[in-house]
Design a protein around this ligand. Sequence first.
Ligand SMILES: *Cc1c(COP(=O)(O)O)cnc(C)c1O
Length: 421
Amino acid sequence: MQVSISDYARVWQLREDFLVFGAPVIGESDIAEVVDTLRSGWIGFGPKCQRLEADFAAYLGRPTEHAVAVSSCTAALHLSLVASDVKPGDEVITTPLTFAATVNAIMMTGAIPVFVDIDPATQNIDAAAIAAAVTVRTRAVIPVHMAGRLCDIAAIRAVAARYDLSVIEDAAHAVEAAEGGVRVGATSPFACFSFYATKNMTTGDGGMLLVRDGVAAERVRRLRFHGMSRDAWARYGATGFRHYEIVEPGFKYSLTDMQAALGLHQLRRLDSNLAIRESLWAAYDALLRPLNGIRTPQRPPDSARHARHLYTVEIVPEELGLSRDEVLNGLTERRVGTGVHFKPVHLHPYYRDRYGFREGMFPHAEHVGQTTLSLPLSGGLTLGDVRNVVGALNDIASSVPRKSISLDEPRHAVLSIGGAR
Ligand SMILES: *Cc1c(COP(=O)(O)O)cnc(C)c1O
């Protein structure tokens, strides 16, 4: 059955509850595990953090001792840079299309962030352009797997090998991702994961750092907890009092058992939640594709397992008659939460002022920052939620005043409801 946008909008109804963007999926097993921790008398860093490290490493098929539970992905990024011996005045290459934390972590070491624009097809750092940004001061590169789609890590690894750079993967969006069966982070010295509330698995706040080299992993474990000699966290445990020694000044980046308790069961549901997001993604694609002025995400290659963290659409104002922000506000009015991923980091005031970044320097990232928005996507959503979001978009599109519509250019999309297209 073919219906016009206005027919579809008539079927759509304003939802009663606000659809929160990135709402976590918390199960009864999560709650029971946290309560168990609270009753156990050990709530700080301890056995549940160690279990989470072992389970996380097993999930990614990595040796247990190389997964280090930390307080955030930001902490993991900072520790990776310190362990890569990045020093003040060094340069670190990354993408401008990321959350500010990626770049702030570079600043925390005193190093200088150097941006390389994205490949517009993937929204990931343009691997072919990295070499041109390398100088004698470049020490590391931080690729970000945007929205859950893996960067071209093989190409990045080749550049890194040529210029002796550390590769630190920002895998905050991509814990489930793989390419040709190779899991995220498998070939890099460091990979950083986030357990922030909106991420694919959450511990409220928290993260994990995967370290390939055993010596570096040992150092990162120390730096995570004040620079104390190993296992000093257990000095009040049943094994008896242990004196600790500071071997280098560290940070306070440890996770707590209260947080790890939440993560233990989240981790077990990663793949089933991914399967739900895959089906929601396919529904968005099918319902949105016929709509003029809204571009759906690029399809990942068949060899890739996309982590489906963000479903990001591009608004084409010339076709839709509305700007990205008008659509975003329209969705909020219709009780649908959205996200913007991201305002490119170089356009934030601090980075503009400090480094003289200007609009026009990284045009592909800027285009994404100006024209895209992320629709709700989570294992907690239903196909009904997706239909409601698309219905809200149709309602917004059909509310554009008629006088702004060019008559010789048909701009009303035609949607087929219930039929395969
Ligand atoms: C969320 C996020 C981070 C930071 O994660 P935290 O755990 O909140 O520190 C870093 N990079 C990207 C791309 C993110 O989306």
